[in-house]
Design a protein around this ligand. Sequence first.
Ligand code: ADP
Ligand code: MG
Length: 249
Amino acid sequence: MGILEVKNVGKRFGGLKALSDVNLSVAENSVHAIIGPNGAGKSTLLNCLVGKLIPDTGSVMFDGQSVLGRKPYQINQMGISRVFQTPEIFGDLTVMENMMIPCFAKRDGAFELNPIRAITAQKDIIAHAESVLADMNLLEKRDMHSASMSRGDKRRLEIAMCLAQEPRLLLLDEPTAGMARADTNNTIELLKEIRDKRNITIVIIEHDMHVVFSLAERITVLAQGTPLVEDVPAKIKGHPKVREAYLGE
Ligand code: ADP
Ligand code: MG
């Protein structure tokens, strides 16, 4: 049994079958990539895992509990955190202020009424935020206005905001989209460190094969809403079905 078990998930948008019969089993503390051509249903699948969309059929179990029928914030409280395809940070706030949002949401001590305990709790929260920022190479930018950061830094801040919640499952939708090569490589290294350092399972959707093959332990290839193949990276490379799926891209 994986920490995430998706069984026979189907999702329609009117006449369009975005997902059909999707089965996916993700082992705890592994990195599992989902690849596939544009429109394959990758983001739709992720949306079904976090409660943004409700599948028409099938089941989604996280750590033995169904996520279906729960609100996104409840699924988040179960330990699933997600980075979107387009950055969702607050540009008016500094890096540290952005980090405070998930940290306050996570730590009840932030709402302490006793002033001494409130200050102590806040210090703990700041220390926690700083350690996560350090993991994402953003500590020196803590007081920067986040709107003025590079695209790569914005994406890494988003990942940091997710990690601050200490999720057990981190979902990344094209985390390196729009990044320059050097920035992409930097992000791969940071994600590798996180994978090795934390007890975390990562599901990553990614277009960039260099990223996929650097990080993933297993890969599922999605095409037209259905998994075509699932295997270790070495077996996915050059797989005839995979080439077929990408033809005409
Ligand atoms: P991917 O992330 O693999 O590129 P998506 O999951 O975004 O693919 O989309 C899968 C298919 O579902 C596409 O044909 C897309 O146009 C369609 N689709 C996605 N979201 C919606 C929606 N909210 N309403 C209607 N169609 C949608
Ligand atoms: Mg997508």
